[in-house]
Design a protein around this ligand. Structure first.
Ligand SMILES: *Cc1c(COP(=O)(O)O)cnc(C)c1O
Length: 393
């Protein structure tokens, strides 16, 4: 490993050199089953032929121009995203934290336009929104914030999945302008609200009552991960703002902040921008991703295979004490154990399986959405004995 890389990651000692579908190969020729998809990025798996063809063709034609000019691929991706989501306008950037930065700026400007001088945004305990100064301040994890004070002000924190707590803030705080929330908390430990539909619809009602923007961070839950293209599509409501990144470009960096109705009219020229955001290469990757999701019926597959993996794990781990719950929304899967289990990541790697552990005790699976039922069965078959052995020691 190079001594010239900043020491920001505890890396696993493996270097991948190629991939195909749900499989990766390292520089020793060893094969791995990918249960993580680059943390919910490689939804189409590795080396998807349509994606490769689209982006190599685009690279040969035009990689970058500038947002000083109109960009055909960007306009086409905005149209497609709005048609699929019911949102009205899109701002493109390069990552999840940038998409959330755009949402936070949009909410503040919305507040100022309503003559609220110190606008505040309600955020959740255990939330993860990114690592820039504003998004780490919005994040509900002290480890992410420690050492980076002073934090950005203007956030009010409440427990996740608690509508009453949000109503209490409404009573006492006239400066609130928006709620920023993940439909399912990914980094926080795959935390799914008790009744997701009722929670999001309840938030919608509170926001409508007070003129607040409901802003959904779908950076992890979006792009077919939970069995619908966007997690909010399991409900009957629409957000005012939605952020996307991770799966949108299938590995080509792209983020997006979508807005609807009055929220879509907040930004005017000069308020926000990005040099790279929405360039032809990234947007062609986004278009190819959305096309493949549609053509290959990937939403339905994510639901079916995600449920199948969980059913297999439940069966294989039924008699194992120490497994607290096995839960999923499509291909966003969490296996919560009764103890910290970070060492499982290296054990799985040695066994040829890529997984992740988050919130210390939760094995998180974010497989490529193209995973077949058979490959999902292999994943469960590899993972179950690792968990069983780990818990029996
Ligand atoms: C990963 C993630 C982010 C941050 O995305 P980056 O591209 O790493 O900046 C923000 N929100 C959620 C919900 C995420 O999962």
């Amino acid at each position: 490993m190079s001594q010239h890389l900043m020491n920001t990651y505890n890396r696993q000692p493996v270097t991948f050199v190629k991939g195909e579908g749900v499989w990766l190969w390292d520089d020793q020729g060893k094969r791995y089953l990918d249960g993580l998809a680059g943390v919910a990025v490689n939804g189409l798996g590795h080396a998807h032929p349509k994606l490769v063809e689209t982006i190599s063709g685009q690279a040969a034609r035009l990689i970058h121009t500038s947002n000083i000019y109109t960009i055909a691929e960007q306009a086409a991706l905005a149209d497609r995203l709005c048609a699929l989501s019911g949102m009205d306008r899109v701002f493109f950037c390069n990552s999840g934290c940038e998409a959330n930065e755009a949402a936070i700026k949009l909410a503040r400007l919305y507040g100022h336009q309503k003559n609220i001088e110190h606008p505040e945004i309600i955020v959740m305990e255990k939330a993860f929104h990114g690592r820039t100064m504003a998004t780490l301040s919005a994040t509900g994890n002290r480890k992410v914030q420690a050492g980076f004070e002073p934090l950005v002000s203007g956030f009010v924190r409440v427990p996740f999945d608690d509508l009453e707590a949000v109503r209490q803030v409404a009573k006492n705080n006239p400066d609130v302008v928006a709620v920023l929330v993940e439909p399912i908390q990914g980094e926080g430990g795959v935390i799914i609200p008790k009744d997701s539909k009722a929670y999001l619809e309840g938030l919608r009602e509170i926001c409508d009552k007070h003129g607040w923007l409901l802003m959904l961070d779908e950076v992890q839950s979006g792009i077919a991960r939970t069995g619908t293209l966007f997690a909010f599509q399991h409900t009957a409501m629409h957000p005012d703002v939605m952020t996307l990144a991770k799966g949108l470009g299938s590995g080509v960096p792209i983020g997006a902040c979508l807005a609807k109705g009055k929220a879509a009219e907040v930004f005017q020229p000069g308020n926000h921008g990005s040099t790279f955001g929405g360039n032809p290469l990234a947007c062609s990757a986004g278009l190819a991703t959305l096309a493949a999701i549609d053509e290959e019926k990937i939403c339905a597959r994510a639901q079916e295979v995600g449920d199948f993996i969980c059913a297999q794990l439940r069966e294989k781990l039924a008699d194992v004490p120490g497994v607290v719950t096995i839960r999923n929304a499509g291909m966003l899967i969490g296996v919560e154990l009764d103890r910290p289990c970070g060492e499982l990541v290296a054990q799985a790697l040695a066994a040829g399986l890529l997984i992740n552990v988050t919130a210390e005790k939760v094995v998180r699976l974010l497989p490529p959405l193209v995973m077949s039922k058979d490959e999902g069965g292999q994943l469960a078959e590899m993972l179950a004995p690792l968990i069983r052995n780990f818990l029996s020691r």
